[in-house]
Design a protein around this ligand. Sequence first.
Ligand SMILES: Cc1cc2nc3c(=O)[nH]c(=O)nc-3n(C[C@H](O)[C@H](O)[C@H](O)COP(=O)(O)OP(=O)(O)OC[C@H]3O[C@@H](n4cnc5c(N)ncnc54)[C@H](O)[C@@H]3O)c2cc1C
Length: 445
Amino acid sequence: MPDQKSVAVLGGGLAGLATAVALGSADYQVRLFEARPFLGGRATSYPLNAADENSPTIDNCQHVLLRCCTNLLDFYSRLGVRDRIRFYREFYWIEPGGRVSVMQRGMLPAPLHFTGSFAKLKFLSWNDKLGIASALLALRYEYGTRTDLDRITMLDWLREKKQTPQAIERFWRQVLVSAINEDLDRMAAVHGLQVFYLGFLSRTDSYEMGVPAVPLGELYAEDAWREYPAVNIEQRAAAQQVRIENGRAIGVIVNGECITADAYVLAVPFERVGALAPGLAVDVSSFSHSPITGIHLWFDRPLTDLPHATLLDRTIQWMFNKHEGRHIQLVVSASRALTEMSRGDVIQLALRELKEFFPHCGELKVERAHVVKEVRATFSAEPGLEDKRPQSATAVPNLFLAGDWTRSGWPATMEGAVRSGYLAAEAVTQAFGSAQRFLRPDVQR
Ligand SMILES: Cc1cc2nc3c(=O)[nH]c(=O)nc-3n(C[C@H](O)[C@H](O)[C@H](O)COP(=O)(O)OP(=O)(O)OC[C@H]3O[C@@H](n4cnc5c(N)ncnc54)[C@H](O)[C@@H]3O)c2cc1C
């Protein structure tokens, strides 16, 4: 096509891949450059021991989504891998000692669909539950109407709503620290309200938890791109610098070679932007990181037949059953307390805690253990940050930003990253005078 525009996308995480898939479906010629030898960025998988061909492939950390992640699901559909996400209707909560409660939807319409199972949760008192119900009613009204939610913390909001300490610890903290990867006293309230509004109150199925049934890297494997011949992906291709002259981007140096395109999309983490495009005035000084720690344990026999569970009152927040109850993955979000600990100590702590939830754990033999500390897992969603997140368009008219840290309308999640990619693709099409829409709307009531 003679007037086909070319776009260079720098970064093969979900934001860059989403930009590529959107533009590739809209007659743009896309070259995507990823520094590492695999795609997916922070949502990826790799062999535990690359030198051993029998080594298991693990995700850098268990990634889950909710059915309200409309853009992420659209992205998986575009790549033809939507059926590789397995959805669960049950949320299991386990107390130390092993008592299990289950939250799932019943027959009532939204937002009352949890009423039956919520009433039966054993780890909350009636007083806790009445307080939570009244806060959820307020939340439905305040989300989208109250203007100070980015200036106060989630903990401020919960105290304003007179939540009991047990409701805060065992309900709100348990759900939100994992969803936003930040503590309640550091997280802007707007994000906490968004999670509950979209995930738990909007539709009866929007809370369903999606867990990839294959290693994350397989979701973006070569086969998935056959439908997009206009997208060319190069791995082990680190961009060194975007050249800007007379207010326009004129090329990008990749592995020493200057690549030119009509437009450029920087889809790298916020801490990389300054070095890659020194001429671009993007202020990232307000951003800081929040860590996530994943712990993989392989046992000689099954630990549990539950597919997953959230573990109350301890350091470990989530347990995922990766394979027949023998390969277990544990996740700790906002895991600052673990980042300084040795890997051996983290494993000991995990085993100690697991014994409290699954008393027979002590009888099982640990065959292998592995700890992944992602110190730069996500940005910290602190109050006041929303206004500082940049839009896709920059002061350089043919240079755009994508990434979970840009102003996607969501916190740092896979959905946020894909939204940012679609928004960057929209901004590219607009710059070339043929504006197209890729962003899917949030779930509606
Ligand atoms: C441990 C962990 C657990 C998580 N759990 C969840 C979860 O359960 N659910 C959820 O929704 N989200 C989760 N997240 C968040 C989610 O993974 C991220 O928000 C999302 O993947 C970010 O995508 P991105 O494309 O914006 O950035 P990235 O994934 O960081 O992608 C940026 C890419 O740019 C590449 N790059 C950097 N510099 C260059 C260069 N110079 N040239 C070329 N390429 C370059 C990098 O290698 C990387 O591939 C988790 C994150 C972590 C770390």
